[in-house]
Design a protein around this ligand. Structure first.
Ligand code: PEP
Ligand code: MG
Length: 582
């Protein structure tokens, strides 16, 4: 591609927003320190340098942890616990004691070799989560090397006073937490995944971010004008005046929508012809609690508890700690309802515990409700904590990845045991707490009428329902083009679930797709739950629509033969109703 021509690089959108600026390109990770032979007489002094560097790094990481804890929340701060543990990892210490006398090189060269070796070993592990933790180890390596010799530090992302879009092979979590958000408008990396801590921190800093862009560092030129589209996962290099204009107005529209939402936050999500939809928020982290009420969400439609339960690296919190955490959320959202989804570990998310054998198909394996039912004590701790939180406001609970009635019966039995235990302990709870299941496995959608006899509501997880219905791995970029929630098979299953006799919510990413809101409303969704940043757009969309028109369009969609036709039917209605959002 000749320089100066518009070029679009595609990656994974992990943090929404649009940044326009000059590109700043960071070299790959940290480079190997120069090797120098040493004499036996120098050995003690080298150990001393190493020990000082470790202590300094420990101090820095503890400071960083404290700062991130204050600005983002305890889950994000806990990212640095893993760094601190690795810093004093006995495997590395033992190897240093073996390798240093053998190699007789300067100690930073030995440390680099030992850690690189460890990284290579980790990179070969099949578990994508463990592989993604390599970045944390590089982060520690980089800091220790810098603390032995500041000259080994790669150019800092903050060193220029100019604003920029940062392009890097990878960014470590501490690089990300250290970014000066007055200068760095957004970032894009060649490595990374949506579950990486870097992505999590980008969202909590409010920085647009795109990861997993192939050949990014080779294709990027420092100083090139660029647009980073954190909604669609695009880095546009050398944008033409037309593209710039398009994005400027897109950004202006998004900004406008946001100010409109501020003005509209107290207005109900109601169609022009009076059909009411509950508009709720999807939440993962404690620092988002404030934004729930600020966004005007009618409570929480999906609280993904796994980030809290498994995110601190120190084991699952006990009932009491969970209760305290859940209570805070319930009180923050009162009088609205908070729906807690019980632990959904496995698949592409954190495992509940290390498995002795690798799972060949983790999405079809030990995931969601299957894990909870095979660890009843852990499950009951969570259910008791949720029940107790229900004494402080309106609470609902739902079970993830349900595939059949047996799992529902077993979960309800455990819930009943928890109620009995709490009564015996004299603990208060709401005896009418709503109980629901997620519809995200096709078999559950097919037997929705049976499930509906046992629960109060459904919530459709469109991410997994699409994955399991079309048999397309939701995190495999090779088949990403096939991931179509408007596939007639998915749409028909959703319709079936919505008409099985209990109110049905949508809590997957499809709910935030502005083109598809008419389809969801027309199919019969009682509730749409989306990330708080998308709420203003969805509220505006619902208020601009006619329910009757949506219903007629949805009937046509149910007869359509392919996903493109269905998307187009919905998009055309959306374009007519709220053209300003496109
Ligand atoms: C879904 O599958 O659509 C969903 C909301 O759950 P998660 O994305 O957490 O699997
Ligand atoms: Mg899911």
């Amino acid at each position: 591609m000749p320089e100066g021509f518009e070029q679009r690089l595609k990656g994974l959108p992990v943090s929404p927003g649009i940044a326009v600026g000059k590109l700043r390109v960071e070299a790959r990770g940290c480079s190997a320190p120069p090797i120098r032979n040493i004499t036996p007489a120098e050995m003690d002094a080298e150990w001393e340098r190493f020990s000082i560097a470790l202590n300094r790094t420990e101090g820095e990481l503890s400071q960083l942890k404290k700062r991130v804890g204050l600005t983002s929340g305890p889950e994000e701060a806990a990212i640095f616990d893993a760094h601190l543990l690795f810093l004093r990892d006995p495997i590395i210490t033992t190897r240093m004691h073996q390798e240093f006398p053998k190699r007789m090189h300067n100690i930073e060269a030995v440390y680099y070799a030992v850690v690189q070796n460890f990284i290579e070993m980790m990179s070969r592990v099949d578990d994508p989560y463990l592989r993604s933790r390599v970045i944390d180890i590089r982060d520690v390596l980089q800091r220790v090397l810098k603390n032995m010799d500041p000259a080994t530090l790669p150019t800092s992302a903050n060193s220029s006073a100019e604003t920029c879009i940062l392009a890097a092979y990878e960014l470590t979590p501490s690089d990300t937490a250290d970014l000066n958000t007055n200068q760095v408008l957004g970032f894009v990396t060649e490595a990374g995944s949506a579950v990486s801590h870097t992505a999590i921190l980008a969202r909590s800093l409010g920085l647009p971010a795109v990861v997993a862009v192939p050949n990014l560092v080779v294709d990027s030129r420092a100083g090139s004008p660029a647009i980073l589209d954190g909604y669609n996962g695009l880095l546009i290099l050398n944008p033409t005046e037309e593209t710039l204009e398009q994005y400027r107005s897109l950004r202006a529209e998004r900004d406008k929508a946001y100010s409109e939402y501020k003005a509209m936050r107290d207005l109900p999500a109601i169609t022009r012809d009076g059909h009411r939809i509950r508009l709720a928020a999807n939440v993962e982290f404690v620092h988002e609690f404030d934004s729930i009420t600020q966004s005007g969400a009618e409570g929480v439609g999906l609280f993904r508890t796994e980030f809290f339960l498994l995110g601190n690296g120190g084991g699952v919190p006990d009932e009491e700690a969970q209760y305290e955490h859940y209570r805070k959320l319930v009180e923050a959202c009162a009088p609205h309802e908070v729906i807690f989804r019980t632990l959904d570990s496995g698949g592409d998310k954190l495992p509940y515990e290390d498995l002795d054998t690798k799972e060949d198909n983790p999405f079809l394996g030990w995931r969601g409700i299957r894990v909870s039912l095979s660890r009843p004590e852990m499950f009951k701790d969570q259910l008791c904590a949720i029940l107790r939180a229900s004494a402080h406001g309106k609470v609902g609970v739902m079970f993830p990845m349900v595939s059949g009635i047996t799992e529902v019966r077993a979960s309800l039995e455990l819930l009943e045991e928890c109620r009995a235990e709490l009564r015996e302990r004299g603990e208060e709870f709401d005896p009418h707490m709503r109980v629901g299941v997620m519809i995200e496995v096709p078999s559950a959608a097919m037997i929705a009428d049976i499930l509906a006899k046992h629960v109060d509501f459904f919530s459709i997880g469109t991410n997994d329902l699409t994955q399991y219905t079309i048999a397309v791995d939701r995190v495999n970029h090779r088949v990403a083009g096939m991931f179509r929630p408007t596939h007639p098979g998915v749409v028909r299953l959703m319709h079936r679930a919505m008409h099985a006799g209990v109110p049905t919510a949508i809590c997957g990413e499809m709910g935030g797709d502005i083109s598809l809101v008419p389809l969801l409303v027309g199919l019969g969704a009682a509730e749409i739950s989306v990330g708080t940043h998308l709420l203003p757009l969805v509220r505006h969309a619902i208020r601009s629509l006619s329910y009757e028109e949506c219903r007629t369009m949805a009937q046509q969609a149910l007869q359509a033969e392919d996903s493109t036709t269905i998307r187009e039917l919905s998009r055309q209605l959306a374009l007519r109703a709220y053209p300003q959002l496109f």
